[in-house]
Design a protein around this ligand. Structure first.
Ligand SMILES: *Cc1c(COP(=O)(O)O)cnc(C)c1O
Length: 466
């Protein structure tokens, strides 16, 4: 592609994205295609010769767009948000243009140093303990895997890296913890049979007494308790595990404490939400996702550790071809995680934080929390609905109720209601199971969502439940 063509389409694409932000509401939130429908529109073999950009872009609009589910739609209430922002998208464009690999300081000093600075900004912004050091990972799943690997090395005096794992190390997490914990336990070699799913209370938070009992039982059986994963903002209902008490148990038994705050962590931008971080001094590692709720487009996961040496000792490598004269003076982020090649993700975070300012970001989160509280009040006031979990953040779990109906019927009714609501194309919500009960999740956190959209969602839900 020649320079002039690149320039022309560059302008056209930015115009297209700007229009998309304005018009995203005109699309059905959830894609309406059937399985295989997109594939049927695509040739089975690649083109031998190059095609003009016009044709490629037209196919993007006519073939790809119908198969897109619109996460940036203000009627997005499914899963958790993965919101973006104009500042973030522009920075991502620059990152792609630079095409820099940010594995060591020398491969782009600005990328390394900016990452160090914005991670420290973010630490201050969310009230994490001073001295915790951050690194950007692609996802919370990867960050949690890093945590479990470091915990494994610490528990075995770095022997597992050398001789392999013994099969005796144990990990603890609440039964409400995210599936990425299971995955990391498997990949890190603990073995899924050595993950203890600790009971949660009626508010879906881990019961510390149960954790303590489980640790003691494993010790008595000759196993080696190694790591506890606490969650702030569980995926099903956004429950908070009691960090303070869990931290005390971890200190007593010398266990690694990893905190998964993938979604909830962003709320700590607000002073009034920091109570959940009480006891944070005991945290060994912590992850939250600016790519979920902090207007920074995927992927950008903030991973913090208390002892950077344990992390780098777990991952460090020293091949001759990567040695530089500055190694003693600088950070080489290749040693802070699994990948060698790294994207320049700090740039978009820098753009977002500067473009909104801390107060601008706080205002966005504050408004989402207000909208969730409003939605919760509507659920509570309506006899045909019930609240299914406490609301700590911007997630409301609820269901439609019918006098005397057994659980199975309620599950069927609510699943049918959810499908009808989603077919409207105006909103998209998803469901979960809480202590065996079907619950609909209303997760508020899209950048463009306003009270109007939340009211509309409630009207659609009530209309279809009638
Ligand atoms: C979303 C979520 C994850 C997974 O996040 P990824 O960045 O997609 O890996 C993990 N834990 C919790 C609590 C989550 O809500």
């Amino acid at each position: 592609m020649d320079r002039e063509t690149f320039r022309r389409y560059g302008h056209e694409f930015v115009d297209w994205i700007a229009d998309y932000f304005d018009q995203v509401e005109d699309y059905p939130v959830r894609s309406r295609v059937k399985p295989g429908e997109i594939m049927d529109c695509l040739p089975e073999t690649p083109p031998a010769g190059g095609e003009p950009m016009d044709r490629i872009f037209n196919d993007f609009k006519s073939i790809i767009m119908p198969g897109i589910t619109h996460w940036q739609h203000p009627g997005w209430f499914a899963y958790f948000p993965a919101n973006n922002s104009p500042a973030s998208v522009l920075a991502e464009l620059l990152t792609a243009g630079l095409g820099a690999q940010c594995m060591i300081w020398q491969t782009s000093p600005a990328a390394t140093e900016l990452e160090e600075v914005v991670m420290e900004w973010l630490r201050q912004m969310t009230g994490l303990p001073a001295g915790m050091k951050g690194v950007i990972q692609d996802t919370a799943s990867t960050a949690t895997l890093c945590a479990l690997l470091t915990a494994r090395e610490k528990a075995t005096g770095f022997e597992s890296n050398r001789t392999g794992i013994s099969g005796k190390l144990v990990v603890y997490a609440s039964e409400e913890a995210h599936s990425s914990i299971d995955k990391a336990v498997k990949i890190a070699g603990y073995g899924i049979e050595n993950l203890r799913n600790i009971a949660a209370d009626r508010n879906f938070a881990l019961v510390p007494g149960e954790l303590e009992k489980a640790v003691q039982k494993d010790l008595d059986a000759g196993l080696k308790p190694a790591c506890v994963v606490a969650t702030l903002g569980t995926t099903s209902s956004a429950a908070n595990d009691p960090l303070d008490e869990i931290g005390r148990i971890c200190r007593r038994f010398n266990l690694w404490l990893h905190v998964d705050a993938a979604y909830g962590g962003t709320a700590a931008l607000l002073e009034e939400k920091r109570a959940m971080l009480k006891g944070a001094e005991a945290i060994d590692s912590y992850v939250f996702n600016p790519h979920k709720w902090m207007l920074t487009n995927f992927d950008c996961s903030a991973y913090y550790v208390r002892d950077e040496a344990l992390l780098t000792r777990t991952f460090e490598i020293h091949p001759e071809y990567l040695k530089t004269g500055q190694d003693a003076e600088v950070k080489n982020y290749r040693d802070w995680g699994i990948q060698l090649g790294r994207r320049f993700r700090a740039l978009k975070l820098w753009f977002v934080i500067r473009s909104y300012g801390v107060e601008g970001l706080q205002a966005v989160i504050h408004e989402h929390l207000r909208l969730a509280a409003l939605f919760k009040s509507w659920v509570e006031e309506d006899r045909c609905f019930e609240l299914m979990a406490p609301v700590h953040y911007s997630l409301v779990c609820f269901r439609h109720v019918k006098e005397g109906a057994p659980e199975e019927e309620l599950a069927r009714l609510n699943a049918a209601l959810l499908e009808k609501v989603n077919e409207s194309g105006k909103v998209f919500l998803t469901h979960t199971s809480l202590k065996g009960k079907y619950a609909i999740r209303m997760a508020i956190g899209q950048r463009a969502t306003t009270e109007k959209h939340v009211r509309q969602a409630w009207e659609i839900i009530r209309e279809h439940s009638a």
